[in-house]
Write a protein that binds this ligand. Structure first.
Ligand code: CMX
Length: 423
C-alpha cells in the first residue's frame, strides 16, 4: 500500500521541483556571512526536507504536526506520515507492519561479522559495520548495475529502506544481547508492531506492556529532526552520490556516534551515574550546582543541554519528562534529571557561552531506559540509531523521488575568505 500511495504522489512532487527550478531558479533565499562559514554553516538555508522541520521556538514537527501530538502513535505510522504527509488508516498501518515483519530475516554472514567483534567493542562500531554488511543484499544496487532508469531509483530505494528498517531492531537487539552477555538472540514475533518487537528482542524482564509502550514512544520522538543535523546531512550527502541506503545510513550513524550528537544520551546517563556515585546519594540542589559549575569551569560540556537550532526546552525532552513524572517519579536517576533541569539552564546562562541553555532530547531518556532495565549506557546510541533509521531512510527515498543531484557545495581558501572579508 505504501508503494502505491507514493507512486500516486511522486509525479506531483517532481512537477513542483521542475516548476520551482524553471520559474524561480535565480531567487535569493539565504545569504552567507563569514561567521556562518566559520561556524558550521549554521542557519544557511540550502537543503530541502519535507519529512520534518525544527523551529527554534517550538521544536520538532513531523509533516507539520508537533511531536507531542504524535507520542501515542506507532513508529510505523510516523514512517508513513513522513513519506506521504498523511497519517495512515488502520488498514494502511497494519499493511506496513506486515510488510516490515516479512523482511526481518538477517543472513548468516551478518551474524558471523557480529561474532567476530572483540568482547569490548563499542556497540556503535558494531552497528555501523552490520548496517554496511547488510548492503550486500541491496536490491537498488543490483538493479543499478543492470542499468536502472532514474525514474525508478526511488522504488528500489524504498525496497532497500523497508528491508533495512525491518532489520534494524533485529541486528540492534542481537548486538545488545551479544555485547552484554544476555544470552542467545531472541527471534521477532510476527504479531508484534515494529517498536514492540525491538523491545521484545532486547529480552528485558518486567512489565512488558509498559516497556513496549516506552519503546514505541522513544522510537517516535527520535525518528527525525529535519535534514541539517550531522547524521541526516551525512546520509544525504552519501546518498546523493547514488550510494545505496545501507552505505548512506551507516555513514550517518557514524556521525550520530559523536558525543556532540547522538552519543550525548550515553554521556548524559554517565554524567548522572558519576554524580550519584560521587555524592553517594542524590545531591542537594546546592551540591549539584557546585558540581556542575566545576564541570563547566573545567571546560567540559553538560551533556543533554544546548542545541544548534532550538532556543526552547526540546519538546522531545518534555515527552520523556512527562513519562518519568508519571511512572518513575522517585527513581534516583530521574530525580537527577529533574534537578538538573532546575539548575543547569541558569548556570549556562550565567556562563554566557551556550546560545541555548535548555535541555535537548538526550537529557532524560537514559534515566527511563535505565529504570526499565537497559543499564548499559554504551548501548543507548544504538537505540537512537534504530529510531533515526525511520527519518533518514524517508529523507533518502524522497530525495531520490525528487531526482536531487549530487551534493557539491563550493569551498574557499582562508586567503580568499580574508581578501573577500577585507574588501
Ligand atoms: N555545556 C557547556 N557548554 C556548552 C553547552 C553545554 N551543554 N552547549 C554549548 N556550549 C558552549 C559550546 O561548547 C561553545 O563553547 P566555545 O565557544 O568555547 O566553543 C559555546 O557554548 C557556543 O555553542 P553554541 O553555539 O551554543 O552551540 P553549538 O550550536 O555550537 O553546538 C551542541 C550545539 C548541541 C553541540 C552543544 O550545545 C553541546 O555541545 N551540547 C552538549 C552535547 C549534547 O547534548 N549534544 C546533543 C544534541 C542533540 C543531538 O544532536 O542529539
Amino acid at each position: 500500500m505504501l508503494k502505491a500511495k507514493l507512486a500516486s504522489q511522486i509525479p506531483d512532487l517532481k512537477e513542483r521541483v521542475r516548476n520551482l527550478g524553471k520559474n524561480h531558479g535565480s531567487k535569493v533565499i539565504s545569504q552567507v556571512t563569514v561567521e556562518q562559514v566559520l561556524g558550521g554553516m549554521r542557519g544557511i538555508k540550502a537543503l530541502i526536507c519535507d519529512t520534518s522541520e525544527v523551529g527554534l521556538d517550538y521544536g520538532l514537527k513531523i509533516r507539520g504536526i508537533p511531536i507531542l501530538e504524535l507520542t501515542n502513535k506507532l513508529p510505523e505510522d510516523i514512517l508513513w506520515l513522513m513519506l506521504t504527509g498523511e497519517l495512515p488508516s488502520e488498514a494502511e498501518s497494519k499493511d506496513l507492519q506486515k510488510e516490515l515483519n516479512s523482511r526481518m530475516n538477517v543472513s548468516d554472514y551478518v551474524w558471523d561479522i557480529l561474532n567476530a567483534f572483540p568482547a569490548d567493542a563499542h556497540p556503535m562500531n558494531v552497528l555501523s559495520a552490520l548496517v554496511t554488511a547488510l548492503g550486500n543484499d541491496s536490491k537498488y544496487r543490483a538493479e543499478y548495475d543492470k542499468g536502472l532508469k532514474k525514474d525508478l531509483f526511488w522504488e528500489y530505494t524504498l525496497e532497500d529502506s523497508l528491508d533495512l528498517i525491518a532489520k534494524m531492531p533485529v541486528i540492534a537487539a542481537a548486538i545488545y544481547r551479544k555485547r552484554f552477555g544476555k544470552g542467545e538472540k531472541i527471534l521477532p514475533k510476527k504479531d508484534l508492531d515494529w517498536g514492540a518487537n525491538y523491545a521484545h528482542m532486547l529480552g528485558i524482564e518486567g512489565n512488558q506492556e509498559e516497556w513496549y509502550k516506552l519503546m514505541r514512544m522513544y522510537m517516535v520522538v527520535h525518528s527525525d529532526h529535519e535534514s541539517g543535523n550531522v547524521s541526516a546531512f551525512t546520509s544525504h550527502v552519501v546518498g546523493s552520490a547514488l550510494s545505496d541506503v545501507y552505505f548512506s545510513l551507516a555513514a550517518g550513524l557514524n556521525g550520530l556516534a559523536g558525543p556532540l550528537h547522538g552519543l550525548a544520551n550515553q554521556e548524559c546517563l554517565k554524567f548522572i551515574l558519576e554524580t550519584l556515585n560521587h555524592f553517594g546519594k542524590v545531591p542537594s540542589d546546592d551540591e549539584l550546582r557546585a558540581f556542575a559549575k566545576d564541570r563547566l569551569d573545567r571546560g567540559l560540556v553538560i551533556p543533554g543541554y544546548g542545541h544548534a537550532i532550538l532556543r526552547v526546552t526540546d519538546p522531545r525532552f518534555t515527552a520523556s519528562l512527562e513519562w518519568g513524572k508519571k511512572v518513575i517519579p522517585n527513581d534516583d536517576r530521574f530525580v537527577m534529571v529533574e534537578k538538573l533541569f532546575r539548575i543547569v539552564p541558569d548556570l549556562l546562562i550565567e556562563q554566557g557561552k551556550a546560545k541555548d541553555p535548555w535541555p535537548n532530547v538526550d537529557a532524560a531518556t537514559g534515566a527511563l531506559l535505565y529504570h526499565y532495565g537497559v543499564k548499559e549506557f554504551e548501548y543507548y546510541t544504538v537505540i537512537f540509531s534504530v529510531s533515526r533509521s525511520l527519518g533518514i531512510n524517508s529523507q533518502l527515498i524522497l530525495s531520490r523521488a525528487m531526482g536531487e543531484p549530487i551534493t557539491r557545495p563550493k569551498s574557499v581558501t582562508m586567503d580568499w575568505l580574508e581578501k573577500e572579508a577585507n574588501k
